[in-house]
Design a protein around this ligand. Structure first.
Ligand code: AMP
Length: 207
Protein backbone atom coordinates (compact mmCIF):
# COMPACT_ATOMS: atom_id res chain seq x y z
CA UNK A 1 0.00 0.00 0.00
CA UNK A 2 1.50 3.34 -1.08
CA UNK A 3 -0.22 6.38 0.40
CA UNK A 4 0.18 10.16 0.34
CA UNK A 5 -1.16 12.11 3.33
CA UNK A 6 -2.19 15.67 2.48
CA UNK A 7 -3.35 18.32 4.90
CA UNK A 8 -2.38 21.59 6.55
CA UNK A 9 0.21 21.56 9.34
CA UNK A 10 -1.57 20.33 12.46
CA UNK A 11 -4.33 18.54 10.54
CA UNK A 12 -3.26 15.26 12.16
CA UNK A 13 -1.14 13.77 9.36
CA UNK A 14 1.60 12.57 11.71
CA UNK A 15 -0.87 10.97 14.11
CA UNK A 16 -2.75 9.18 11.33
CA UNK A 17 0.53 8.18 9.63
CA UNK A 18 1.68 6.44 12.83
CA UNK A 19 -1.58 4.48 12.97
CA UNK A 20 -1.43 3.52 9.28
CA UNK A 21 2.19 2.40 9.63
CA UNK A 22 1.16 0.08 12.48
CA UNK A 23 -1.87 -1.22 10.57
CA UNK A 24 -0.17 -1.92 7.22
CA UNK A 25 3.47 -2.40 8.35
CA UNK A 26 4.76 0.11 5.80
CA UNK A 27 7.48 2.77 5.89
CA UNK A 28 6.73 6.24 7.28
CA UNK A 29 8.41 8.95 5.20
CA UNK A 30 7.99 12.34 6.84
CA UNK A 31 10.06 15.01 5.09
CA UNK A 32 9.56 17.25 8.17
CA UNK A 33 11.07 14.55 10.44
CA UNK A 34 13.99 13.96 8.05
CA UNK A 35 14.69 17.70 7.87
CA UNK A 36 14.39 18.18 11.67
CA UNK A 37 16.90 15.34 12.21
CA UNK A 38 19.29 17.03 9.74
CA UNK A 39 18.88 20.37 11.55
CA UNK A 40 19.58 18.72 14.90
CA UNK A 41 22.72 17.06 13.53
CA UNK A 42 23.70 20.34 11.79
CA UNK A 43 24.55 18.53 8.56
CA UNK A 44 24.99 20.73 5.44
CA UNK A 45 21.38 19.82 4.50
CA UNK A 46 20.17 20.78 7.98
CA UNK A 47 22.00 24.10 7.94
CA UNK A 48 20.48 24.93 4.54
CA UNK A 49 16.98 23.83 5.57
CA UNK A 50 16.92 25.55 8.95
CA UNK A 51 16.56 29.13 7.68
CA UNK A 52 13.45 28.17 5.69
CA UNK A 53 11.92 26.07 8.46
CA UNK A 54 12.38 28.75 11.13
CA UNK A 55 10.29 31.15 9.03
CA UNK A 56 7.65 28.56 8.17
CA UNK A 57 8.70 28.66 4.51
CA UNK A 58 9.15 25.61 2.31
CA UNK A 59 12.62 24.18 1.80
CA UNK A 60 13.52 24.37 -1.94
CA UNK A 61 11.90 21.71 -4.12
CA UNK A 62 15.20 20.37 -5.45
CA UNK A 63 16.38 19.59 -1.89
CA UNK A 64 13.28 17.69 -0.74
CA UNK A 65 12.79 15.90 -4.06
CA UNK A 66 16.37 14.57 -3.79
CA UNK A 67 15.71 13.39 -0.23
CA UNK A 68 12.53 11.55 -1.14
CA UNK A 69 14.07 10.03 -4.26
CA UNK A 70 16.79 8.45 -2.08
CA UNK A 71 14.45 7.47 0.73
CA UNK A 72 12.09 5.64 -1.65
CA UNK A 73 14.94 3.36 -2.66
CA UNK A 74 15.53 2.07 0.86
CA UNK A 75 14.55 -1.53 1.59
CA UNK A 76 11.89 -0.82 4.19
CA UNK A 77 9.65 0.74 1.52
CA UNK A 78 9.29 -2.62 -0.28
CA UNK A 79 5.98 -3.42 1.48
CA UNK A 80 4.73 0.11 0.89
CA UNK A 81 5.09 3.65 2.24
CA UNK A 82 3.28 6.67 3.56
CA UNK A 83 4.44 10.06 2.39
CA UNK A 84 3.66 12.52 5.18
CA UNK A 85 4.30 16.16 4.30
CA UNK A 86 5.41 15.43 0.73
CA UNK A 87 4.56 16.51 -1.95
CA UNK A 88 3.85 20.09 -0.91
CA UNK A 89 4.04 21.83 -4.31
CA UNK A 90 2.94 20.94 -7.82
CA UNK A 91 6.62 20.70 -8.83
CA UNK A 92 7.14 18.08 -6.08
CA UNK A 93 4.04 16.15 -7.18
CA UNK A 94 5.20 16.03 -10.80
CA UNK A 95 8.73 14.98 -9.72
CA UNK A 96 7.27 12.28 -7.46
CA UNK A 97 5.28 10.83 -10.35
CA UNK A 98 8.44 10.61 -12.42
CA UNK A 99 10.52 9.05 -9.57
CA UNK A 100 7.79 6.44 -8.96
CA UNK A 101 7.63 5.74 -12.68
CA UNK A 102 11.42 5.16 -12.73
CA UNK A 103 11.10 2.81 -9.75
CA UNK A 104 8.13 0.97 -11.27
CA UNK A 105 5.86 1.93 -8.37
CA UNK A 106 2.61 3.83 -8.01
CA UNK A 107 0.37 5.63 -5.52
CA UNK A 108 -2.72 3.73 -4.33
CA UNK A 109 -4.46 6.61 -2.56
CA UNK A 110 -4.08 10.22 -1.49
CA UNK A 111 -5.73 10.95 1.85
CA UNK A 112 -6.59 14.63 2.42
CA UNK A 113 -7.27 15.48 6.08
CA UNK A 114 -9.41 18.61 6.30
CA UNK A 115 -9.34 20.92 9.36
CA UNK A 116 -10.43 24.57 9.70
CA UNK A 117 -7.43 26.96 9.98
CA UNK A 118 -8.63 28.44 13.30
CA UNK A 119 -8.80 24.95 14.82
CA UNK A 120 -5.24 24.39 13.57
CA UNK A 121 -3.86 27.54 15.21
CA UNK A 122 -5.34 26.43 18.55
CA UNK A 123 -4.12 22.83 18.12
CA UNK A 124 -0.54 23.76 17.26
CA UNK A 125 -0.34 26.12 20.19
CA UNK A 126 -0.81 23.15 22.51
CA UNK A 127 1.01 20.47 20.43
CA UNK A 128 4.10 19.01 22.08
CA UNK A 129 6.56 16.42 20.75
CA UNK A 130 8.72 13.90 22.56
CA UNK A 131 12.46 14.62 22.22
CA UNK A 132 13.23 10.90 22.42
CA UNK A 133 10.68 9.10 20.22
CA UNK A 134 8.82 11.88 18.36
CA UNK A 135 5.42 10.93 19.85
CA UNK A 136 2.86 13.72 19.34
CA UNK A 137 1.19 14.83 22.58
CA UNK A 138 -0.21 18.01 24.08
CA UNK A 139 0.71 20.74 26.56
CA UNK A 140 -1.01 18.79 29.34
CA UNK A 141 1.51 15.91 29.05
CA UNK A 142 4.25 16.36 31.64
CA UNK A 143 6.26 13.59 29.94
CA UNK A 144 5.89 11.32 26.88
CA UNK A 145 3.07 8.83 27.28
CA UNK A 146 4.98 6.28 25.18
CA UNK A 147 8.59 6.42 26.46
CA UNK A 148 8.51 8.94 29.34
CA UNK A 149 10.86 11.27 27.38
CA UNK A 150 10.84 15.06 27.68
CA UNK A 151 8.14 16.91 25.71
CA UNK A 152 8.90 20.15 23.81
CA UNK A 153 7.16 22.64 21.51
CA UNK A 154 8.46 22.93 17.94
CA UNK A 155 9.72 26.48 17.28
CA UNK A 156 7.56 26.61 14.15
CA UNK A 157 4.42 25.71 16.16
CA UNK A 158 4.49 29.14 17.84
CA UNK A 159 1.52 31.26 16.67
CA UNK A 160 3.53 33.84 14.66
CA UNK A 161 5.08 31.11 12.46
CA UNK A 162 1.90 29.02 12.26
CA UNK A 163 0.04 31.81 10.40
CA UNK A 164 2.76 31.86 7.77
CA UNK A 165 2.76 28.06 7.46
CA UNK A 166 -1.00 28.14 6.89
CA UNK A 167 -0.63 30.78 4.17
CA UNK A 168 2.10 28.74 2.52
CA UNK A 169 -0.16 25.68 2.70
CA UNK A 170 -3.15 27.50 1.16
CA UNK A 171 -1.08 28.92 -1.67
CA UNK A 172 1.35 26.13 -2.51
CA UNK A 173 -0.02 22.82 -1.19
CA UNK A 174 -3.84 23.03 -1.23
CA UNK A 175 -3.91 23.02 -5.09
CA UNK A 176 -2.64 19.42 -4.90
CA UNK A 177 -6.07 18.36 -3.63
CA UNK A 178 -7.55 19.13 -7.06
CA UNK A 179 -4.49 17.66 -8.76
CA UNK A 180 -5.04 14.27 -7.07
CA UNK A 181 -8.82 14.47 -7.38
CA UNK A 182 -8.22 14.77 -11.12
CA UNK A 183 -6.09 11.63 -10.97
CA UNK A 184 -8.97 9.85 -9.21
CA UNK A 185 -6.85 9.03 -6.16
CA UNK A 186 -8.37 11.35 -3.56
CA UNK A 187 -9.96 10.29 -0.27
CA UNK A 188 -11.22 13.27 1.79
CA UNK A 189 -11.79 12.99 5.54
CA UNK A 190 -13.01 15.43 8.17
CA UNK A 191 -9.97 15.86 10.45
CA UNK A 192 -11.93 17.62 13.19
CA UNK A 193 -13.40 14.35 14.41
CA UNK A 194 -11.73 12.34 17.20
CA UNK A 195 -8.49 10.61 16.13
CA UNK A 196 -10.02 7.10 16.15
CA UNK A 197 -12.97 8.22 14.02
CA UNK A 198 -10.66 9.83 11.45
CA UNK A 199 -8.61 6.63 11.35
CA UNK A 200 -11.73 4.45 10.96
CA UNK A 201 -12.86 6.54 7.97
CA UNK A 202 -9.45 6.35 6.32
CA UNK A 203 -9.19 2.58 6.89
CA UNK A 204 -12.66 2.02 5.45
CA UNK A 205 -11.89 4.09 2.34
CA UNK A 206 -8.59 2.24 1.78
CA UNK A 207 -10.25 -1.19 1.73
P1 AMP B 1 6.21 19.38 8.81
O1 AMP B 1 6.80 18.63 9.95
O2 AMP B 1 5.70 18.47 7.71
O3 AMP B 1 5.18 20.40 9.24
O4 AMP B 1 7.42 20.22 8.15
C1 AMP B 1 8.13 21.19 8.88
C2 AMP B 1 8.87 22.12 7.93
O5 AMP B 1 9.80 21.36 7.13
C3 AMP B 1 7.99 22.83 6.91
O6 AMP B 1 7.40 24.03 7.43
C4 AMP B 1 9.00 23.12 5.81
O7 AMP B 1 9.86 24.20 6.15
C5 AMP B 1 9.85 21.86 5.80
N1 AMP B 1 9.28 20.83 4.91
C6 AMP B 1 8.76 19.60 5.26
N2 AMP B 1 8.34 18.94 4.17
C7 AMP B 1 8.60 19.75 3.10
C8 AMP B 1 8.36 19.64 1.71
N3 AMP B 1 7.76 18.56 1.17
N4 AMP B 1 8.73 20.69 0.91
C9 AMP B 1 9.34 21.77 1.43
N5 AMP B 1 9.56 21.95 2.73
C10 AMP B 1 9.20 20.95 3.58
Amino acid sequence: MNIILLGAPGAGKGTQAAKLVAEYDIAHISTGDILRAAVKAQTPLGIEAQSFMDKGELVPDSVVIGLVRERLQEKDTARGFILDGFPRTTTQAVALASVLNELGRNIDAVVAVDVDPEVIVARLNTRRLCRMCGHIGSASDTSCQVCNGEMYQRDDDKPETVRNRLEVYAKQTAPLIDYYRGADLLIEVDGEQPVEQVFAEISKALK
